[in-house]
Design a protein around this ligand. Structure first.
Ligand code: SRM
Ligand code: SF4
Length: 590
C-alpha cells in the first residue's frame, strides 16, 4: 500500500452556499413567484421573497419612515407604500409622455415626480391597491418599469445634450439599443401587471440572463470625453465613444465601476471602472453582451455585498476579464485607444441645438418636480409641456432639459416658468447648480440621515462660508447621500457628504469635478450642523494657495488632492487625529 493510500482522504472544499436571493430567483419561474397572489389579496404587504422579485418589475416596497415610530408606539401597522421606477434610456421623453407621468403623480403617487441620477423617473408613496394601476399606466405611456431595478442591466444612461449632431444622436440611440437588448424576456411582467394572457405550451426563456439573472444589479453608461455628465466610470460598464469629427471611430470600454460600500467593512469599497478594450462600432451590442455574460458566469452569487463586477475584476484581474470577453466574442480585442481628458459640459440655461431650435436646461433641486408654497415647478412644467410641447431629457444630474424649442416660443416658456417662481441657472450659485442629493428619508429604507430634505439649507450655508473667502462663484460639486450606498455618487466629485449615523455625515474630499478620481474620507462623523464650518479652513487654504493657471484655475478637489491627506487633515484637525484615508486605498485595506 502506498503512503498516500494510508492518508485520510482530503475532504473536498465545501461548495459555497448561494445567497438566499439566488434561491428566490431560481424558484420564481422567471420572476413570477407569488407576486400575483399577494397583489390580488387583502394582505397589507408582500413577503420578503416577493419583495426581492418585485424589484425586477420596477418597484420597491417600503414604509413612511416619518410616521413609523409613532405608529409603533400606537402598536399600529407601518404605513406601507411603494416606490415605482420607470426605465427611460438616455432620459428621453416626449411631452405627451411627460404629461401622462405628471398626471399619474396626482392620481396614484405623492404629487411629485423624482428625476433620478440615472435619468429615470421615480414615483413615491404609491399604495398597494394602486400598484398595478401605476405600472399599467406607466406602460400605457410606452414606458416600462421592467428591469428598472433588480439583478439585471438597469436604465442605460447617456450624455444628455439634445444637440442635433451625429455624436449625441448616436449615443442616445445606442443607449436605447443596449437597454432593449438587455431587457428581461419573461412574460411574467405582462401577466401580472398588464393582464397579459398566460401563453401555455410555448417555451419561455431568458436568452441572456438565464433563470437566475445576474448576480447583482448591473449599470451601463455612455459618454464622450468632451462630456462626462453621466459619470461614466461609476458604471459596471462605462462606454466612451470616440469620434473623429462627426464620424464614430469606436468605443473604449471601461469595466468594474460601482460605488456602494458599507461603513466599517473594508471588503466593500467604491471603485471607478478600468479601461479594458476598444470596440468597433458594429460590435457594440455583442461586446456589451459579452461583458454581461462574463459577469453572469463569474460574479459572486454567494454574497450579495461582494457580487458586483468590481469585485470580480479586482480578484481576477483586468487581463483575465479581457480574455474572457474575447472568449465569449470569439476573437481578440484591441487595447483601449488614447483619448482626450474628460470634461463635463454645462447644459443648464439656453443653448442652440444645431438645427435652428433651442434647448433649455433647468436646475431641479434633488430632481424633485413638485409644487411648493413659493415655487410651482410642477405646474409650470405642465403648462410648458401642454402649450409648447418640447421634447424632454432627464439628466444624470437630476436636472431637466426642455428641447426642440422654436425661437418664437422662448419668451413664452421663460415667462411661464418665471411666473411660477422657477429660477434660471444664471440666478443660481454654481455650488447649487452642481449639487446632488439622494431621496434618503422618509422614503428610503436604508437611509441613516437626511439628504434631499436638507440639501438646500446645507448648500446655502456652505455657500455662505465659500463667499467669506471670495469663492461664491466657484464651480464645485457637492453630493449628499443618506447612507454609504452612494446613490448620488458622493465618492466621485469635489465633496461627498455620506450619511454615517443619524445627524452625522462622513466627509469626503479630493475627487475631481470631471469624476475621473475617487475622493477620500477626511472625517468620519461630522455633526450635520457643523459641516459648513468644518469646510471653512479648506476653503480658506484653497482661496489663498490654489494654482490660478488655466481657464478657470485649479479645482477645489484637485487642490486638496495635491495637498494630500496629511496636510488636509491637519487643516481640519490640527492634532491629526481621526484621519480618513483614500477611498481608493480601501481596495488594499483588506
Ligand atoms: Fe441607489 C439602493 C435610490 C442611483 C447605489 N437606491 C437604492 C434604493 C432602491 C434603496 C433600497 O434598496 O431600498 C433607493 C431608493 C430610495 C427612494 O426612496 O427612492 C435608491 N439610487 C437611487 C436613486 C433614486 C437616487 C437619486 O438620487 O436619484 C437613483 C436611481 C437610479 C435609477 O434611476 O436607476 C440611484 N444607486 C444609484 C447610484 C448612482 C448611479 O447608478 O449612477 C448608485 C451608485 C453606483 C452603484 O450602483 O454602485 C446606487 N443604490 C445603490 C446601492 C449600493 C449598491 C452596491 O453595489 O452596494 C443600493 C443598495 C443595494 O443595492 O443593496 C441602492
Ligand atoms: Fe437610500 Fe442610501 Fe441610496 Fe440615499 S444613498 S437613496 S439613503 S440607499
Amino acid at each position: 500500500m502506498s503512503q498516500s493510500q494510508d492518508l485520510p482522504a482530503k475532504k473536498p472544499a465545501p461548495t459555497p452556499k448561494l445567497s438566499q436571493v439566488e434561491g428566490v430567483k431560481q424558484a420564481s419561474a422567471l420572476l413570477r413567484g407569488s407576486i400575483a397572489e399577494t397583489l390580488n389579496s387583502d394582505l397589507v404587504k408582500f413577503t420578503e421573497d416577493e419583495y426581492n422579485l418585485l424589484k425586477f418589475h420596477g418597484t420597491y416596497q417600503g414604509y413612511d419612515r416619518d410616521s413609523a415610530t409613532e405608529l409603533k408606539q400606537q402598536k399600529a401597522e407601518k404605513k406601507w407604500e411603494f416606490m415605482v421606477r420607470a426605465r427611460i434610456p438616455a432620459g428621453r421623453l416626449t411631452s405627451r409622455q411627460y404629461l401622462d407621468l405628471d398626471a399619474l403623480a396626482d392620481r396614484r403617487a405623492n404629487h411629485t415626480i423624482r428625476i433620478t441620477t440615472r435619468q429615470a423617473i421615480q414615483f413615491h408613496g404609491v399604495v398597494k391597491s394602486d400598484l398595478k394601476g401605476t405600472i399599467a399606466d406607466i406602460n400605457a405611456t410606452m414606458i416600462t418599469t421592467l428591469g428598472a431595478c433588480g439583478d439585471v442591466v438597469r436604465n442605460v444612461t447617456a450624455m444628455p445634450a439634445p444637440v442635433r449632431s451625429p455624436v449625441t444622436e448616436r449615443l442616445a440611440a445606442d443607449a436605447k439599443r443596449i437597454s432593449d437588448h438587455l431587457l428581461p424576456h419573461t412574460r411574467a411582467y405582462h401577466e401580472i401587471w398588464l393582464d397579459g394572457e398566460q401563453v401555455l405550451g410555448e417555451p419561455e426563456i431568458e436568452p441572456i440572463y438565464g433563470t437566475t439573472y445576474l448576480p447583482r444589479k448591473f449599470k451601463i453608461g455612455l459618454g464622450v470625453p468632451e462630456d462626462n455628465s453621466v459619470d461614466v466610470l461609476t458604471n459596471d460598464l462605462g462606454i466612451v465613444a470616440l469620434y473623429e469629427g462627426d464620424t464614430l471611430v469606436g468605443y473604449n470600454f471601461a469595466v468594474g465601476g460601482g460605488l456602494g460600500m458599507t461603513h466599517n467593512k473594508p471588503k466593500t469599497y467604491p471603485r471607478l471602472a478600468s479601461f479594458v478594450a476598444f470596440v468597433e462600432p458594429d460590435d457594440l451590442i455583442k461586446a456589451v453582451e459579452a461583458v454581461v455574460v462574463v459577469q453572469r458566469d463569474h460574479g459572486d452569487r454567494t454574497n450579495r455585498r461582494h457580487a458586483r463586477l468590481k469585485y470580480t475584476i479586482d480578484e481576477r484581474g483586468l487581463p483575465w476579464f479581457k480574455s474572457e470577453m474575447e472568449r465569449v466574442l470569439g476573437r481578440t480585442l484591441e487595447d483601449p485607444r488614447p483619448m482626450p481628458p474628460f470634461q463635463v459640459a454645462d447644459h443648464l440655461g439656453w443653448h442652440e441645438q444645431g438645427d435652428g431650435l433651442w434647448y433649455l436646461g433647468l436646475a431641479i433641486p434633488s430632481g424633485r418636480v413638485q409644487d411648493t408654497d413659493t415655487v410651482k415647478l410642477r405646474t409650470a412644467l405642465r403648462e410648458v409641456a401642454t402649450r409648447f410641447q418640447p421634447a424632454l431629457v432627464l439628466m444624470p444630474t437630476q436636472d431637466l432639459i426642455l428641447a426642440d424649442i422654436r425661437e418664437e416660443d422662448r419668451a413664452g416658456i421663460e415667462r411661464t416658468l418665471r411666473d411660477h417662481g422657477v429660477q434660471f441657472a444664471e440666478e443660481l450659485l454654481p455650488v447649487h447648480r452642481w449639487s446632488l442629493a439622494c431621496p434618503a428619508l422618509p422614503t428610503c429604507g436604508l437611509a441613516l440621515t437626511e439628504a434631499e430634505r436638507i440639501r438646500t439649507p446645507m448648500i446655502d450655508r456652505i455657500a455662505e462660508v465659500m463667499a467669506r473667502y471670495g469663492l461664491a462663484q466657484e464651480r464645485l460639486s457637492i453630493r449628499i447621500t443618506g447612507c454609504p450606498n452612494g446613490c448620488a455618487r458622493p465618492y466621485a466629485g469635489d465633496i461627498g457628504l455620506v450619511g454615517r449615523m443619524p445627524g452625522h455625515f462622513a466627509l469626503y474630499v479630493g475627487g475631481d469635478f470631471e469624476c475621473t478620481r475617487l475622493n477620500w474620507k477626511l472625517l468620519d462623523r461630522v455633526p450635520e450642523d457643523d459641516v459648513p464650518e468644518t469646510l471653512a479652513p479648506l476653503f480658506a487654504e484653497f482661496a489663498a494657495q490654489r494654482d490660478r493657471g488655466g481657464d478657470r484655475g485649479e479645482g477645489f478637489g484637485d487642490f486638496l488632492n495635491r495637498l494630500g491627506v496629511e496636510r488636509v487633515t491637519a487643516l481640519v484637525k490640527p492634532d491629526g487625529a481621526d484621519a480618513g484615508g483614500n477611498a481608493g486605498d480601501l481596495v488594499e485595506a483588506d
